[in-house]
Design a protein around this ligand. Structure first.
Ligand code: ATP
Ligand code: LTN
Length: 334
């Protein structure tokens, strides 16, 4: 507990600029949590290093994610927004917790298996120990709840296992976190292949709608979205392309799929795609405007980063010192 509130922790990898899946599926839902929880949101830039990156591109995407947090409406006075790499306690605890995690556990992680298959020429140790660093992100802040997508649930279960193992040996050092599955955030699929999720790292730019895309680009991408050859707007597993567009429309308007079916009854795909494109583009306008302001105000953003890094470091170091003491590392002489 911090300030009598439960602690909430989440992060996004700095692997590219954010898209509407990140926004509607995660970020937009985070905005309403800051009254109930003491919230920490990191930009996971260390995690992004598991894949070879251009240094300038990594720096840009880390800054993009951080500013996007604020532009989406996370108040940086209430939410601690920071770069993971700026709080060295993450990397320090990760070494210690690596020694409490079994290779067998890490080998079983489906993300490791998927990413190893995708990057067969670079199966580095970081890819394997990725979930340990993620566990440390969470455990350092004694987080109670962690909002994550379904793909990260296995990592959260591992986090609990490692924390319980450590607590079993040394006493109650870590809070055992729970996955927080809030109001169902839509899982948004690729516009080019509605069986695949929309992803930052997708090479096909037309399959992904970025939060910073301008109105014309958003509309053009939706016009080109892959659908079936039928013409009825029905929410059905048999029509994954249309189902995805209905989900996106619902996420942008707050409507239910049944209402959307009624609204577009008797209308064609062309009209529907245009409506989705316009609605999404309009929903993104305030975020884009706020982002543009932040881009101009470097001093303001830098000030936020400095303050929040200090706040994060304070809580992280408290846990790290406790762990170091428990395992028997020498006390640091100040
Ligand atoms: P990458 O391509 O690098 O895997 P990503 O676009 O899948 O990136 P993450 O950094 O893994 O994004 O996820 C950040 C957050 O956004 C997570 O909470 C995740 O659940 C959510 N998210 C990512 N993609 C989608 C999507 N297509 N639909 C809904 N939520 C999503
Ligand atoms: N692995 C997560 C990003 C992430 C995270 C975290 C999420 C890094 N550290 C801590 C929650 C808590 C992802 O790929 N979405």
């Amino acid at each position: 507990m911090i300030n009598d509130k439960k602690v909430l922790y989440s992060a996004m990898q700095a692997t590219g600029v954010l898209h509407i899946g990140n926004y509607f599926g995660a970020l937009k839902n985070w905005v309403n949590l800051s009254d109930e929880f003491e919230c920490f949101y990191a930009v996971a830039d260390l995690h992004a290093l598991t894949i070879r990156r251009d240094p300038a591109e990594l720096r840009r995407s880390a800054r993009n994610v951080l500013m996007m947090y604020i532009a989406a409406g996370l108040d940086p006075e209430k939410n601690c927004i920071y770069y993971q790499s700026s709080v060295p306690a993450h990397a320090e605890l990760a070494w210690i917790m690596n020694c409490f995690t079994y290779i067998g556990e890490l080998n079983r992680m489906t993300q490791f298996k998927d990413k190893s298959a995708k990057h067969a020429d670079n199966i580095n140790a970081g890819l394997l120990t990725y979930p340990v660093l993620m566990a440390c992100d969470i455990l350092l802040y004694q987080a109670d709840v962690v909002p994550v997508g379904i793909d990260q649930k296995q990592h959260l279960e591992l986090t609990r296992d490692i924390a319980e193992r450590f607590n079993g040996i040394y006493g109650d050092v870590f809070t055992i976190p729970e996955a927080y599955i809030g109001k169902a955030g839509a899982r948004i699929m690729s516009l080019a292949d509605p069986t695949k999720k929309m992803s930052k790292s997708d090479e096909n730019q037309n399959s992904v709608v970025y939060v910073l895309d301008d109105k014309d680009t958003v509309i053009r991408k939706f016009k080109r979205a892959i659908t079936d050859s039928d013409s009825q707007i029905i929410y059905s597993e048999d029509k994954p392309g249309i189902m995805n567009l209905i989900d996106i429309y619902c996420a942008a308007t707050g409507k239910a799929p049944a209402d959307v079916e009624k609204e577009f009854d008797g209308k064609g795909y062309g009209e529907f795609k245009l409506a989705v494109g316009e609605t999404v583009a309009d929903a993104l306008v305030p975020v884009r405007e706020r982002y543009a302001q932040l881009e101009k105000d470097k001093a303001y953003v830098d000030g936020i980063i400095k303050e929040n890094t200090e706040k994060a470091s304070y809580f992280a170091n408290k846990t790290l010192r406790k762990v170091q003491k428990k395992v028997g590392l020498p006390e640091r002489i100040k």
